[in-house]
Design a binder for this molecule. Structure first.
Ligand code: DOR
Ligand code: ZN
Length: 440
């Protein structure tokens, strides 16, 4: 039995699955070797965490890192650098790139590329398309694949499966949980002529209204019930869906986004214009309150950023030509910690939503829990740090955040990936060590 540890995190308030304890976390060979007072054994590196909270590595299960695509906006290298600066040890990356990740060849390129350039671990979504349904069972079990993603309503890119017969064929191909963008495409098309180019940016939530999202979710749940296929409903944005989904918890898990918990119409459209436009849209106070109630009562399984960078010039176009999507991978943890400080959720619930939840929903192996033998992925946070989110801190090449100027209390001060300190005090350290996450 070797006695020396590679790393010892000493004296922090550690968020364990069974509660918080002031204790030590010992790491050897990239995994958690021991919890509890550092029983005599030395360590090569010791971090004093006396005034910090030690969390299992936080995960953003919903990012669009745009590679292959437009490196002037984002790449896997820059997006994962942003992730570790923001206190994340893993991100799950969406397939609506250019070209999209829908076959073995595009997936193989990405699997290989992650191992060369990523600063954090990654899960990869595979896109469902009309032409790849027969291949989905093989693709969804490939290395590093967290889930199949279905766009049942159109958004950025050309991935789309809008009709029930084809959605049902997708659900009957394979068996793992499918992640859905749920907006009814037919209603979107029908309502578009009600609006004109140059209408106010707040028209976005009138066009893509509550019923567009709710109808999409009712259709998907009917098909999920008929086929028995587990579903993860991404970025649920309405009070109606959150109430409805409570009757589908045997089949469905639920994501809400930090933007839908933090930004509110009409104020966000007045302040941010096109930089508040995303799909599904940011809505009014009733929906924001419903999202918080669903955090409180356990309806929500995961919180993501839906980090979706676009060039500034495309966000500045008149509605609806402005690109839809907001950045957020670097700001997810600071904004959620600020919500903890404001009393909107507990730190334990934050860990449930940003670490244990993604690991459970997607079946990630060795993640989501501080326990002996699990990966030594750790996020150290200073709950008392007062900071202001500024655009000069953002490392995504697109360079903007909808949270610019926001004062927050609580900040990630170190990110540890499988025992390696990859971020400390706003500095990225070492070299890219990210790997593909393993999934059940
Ligand atoms: O606002 C969005 N932007 N919603 C999506 O579904 C896609 C994303 C993007 O990729 O830009
Ligand atoms: Zn998305």
């Amino acid at each position: 039995m070797p006695t020396g540890y590679d790393l010892l995190i000493r004296g922090g308030t550690v968020v364990l699955p069974w509660g918080m304890e002031q204790t030590d976390v010992a790491v050897r060979d990239g995994r958690i070797a021991a919890l509890g007072p550092a029983a005599g054994a030395g360590a090569a590196t010791v971090i004093d965490a006396t005034h910090l909270h030690v969390l299992p590595g936080l995960i953003d299960p919903h990012v669009h890192l745009r590679e292959p695509g437009d490196p002037a906006v984002e790449t896997i290298a820059t997006g994962t650098r942003a992730a570790v600066l923001g206190g994340l040890t893993a991100v799950f990356d969406m397939p609506n790139t250019a070209p999209a990740i829908t076959d073995a060849a595009s997936l193989a390129w990405k699997q290989d590329h992650v191992g060369r350039v990523a600063w954090c671990d990654m899960g990869l979504y595979v896109g469902a398309a009309r032409g790849n349904i027969a291949a989905l069972p093989g693709l969804e079990t490939a290395a590093g694949v967290c889930a199949v993603k279905v766009f049942a309503g159109s958004s950025t890119g050309d991935l789309l499966i809008e009709d029930d017969p084809t959605l049902e064929r997708v659900m009957r191909a394979g068996r793992r949980r499918i992640s859905y963008h749920s907006e009814d495409e037919y209603r979107l098309r029908e309502r578009r002529p009600l609006f004109r180019t140059g209408d106010p940016y707040a028209s976005h939530m009138a066009w893509r209204d509550e019923e567009t999202a709710f109808l999409g979710t009712r259709r998907l749940m009917a098909l999920a019930r008929a086929t028995g296929r587990p579903a993860h409903v991404l970025h649920v944005s309405t009070a109606e869906e959150l109430a409805y989904l409570k009757d589908f918890r045997d089949l469905a898990t639920v994501e809400v986004l930090v933007n839908h918990l933090t930004q509110m119409a009409p104020d966000c459209y007045d302040r941010l214009g096109g930089f508040a436009v995303m799909n599904p849209p940011i809505r009014g106070e009733r929906h924001l309150q419903a999202a918080w109630a669903a955090i409180a009562d356990g309806t929500v399984d995961t919180v993501g950023s839906d980090h979706a960078p676009h060039p500034r010039a495309r966000k500045e176009l008149p509605w609806p030509d402005c690109a839809a999507g907001l950045t957020g991978v670097q700001t997810l943890v600071p904004v959620m910690l600020d919500h903890v400080n404001a009393g909107r959720l507990s730190l334990s619930r934050l860990v449930d939503l940003l670490s244990a939840g993604p690991a459970r929903v997607y079946g990630a192996v060795g993640k989501g829990r501080l326990a002996a033998g699990y990966d030594a992925d750790l996020t150290l946070v200073d709950l008392r740090a007062r900071r202001r989110i500024e655009e000069d801190w953002i490392v995504s090449p697109c360079g903007w955040t909808p949270f610019a100027g926001m004062a927050v209390t609580g900040w990630p001060v170190a990110t540890i990936l499988r025992g390696q300190v990859v971020m400390r005090e706003d500095e990225v350290l070492g070299s890219p060590q990210g790997r593909l996450v393993r999934f059940r």
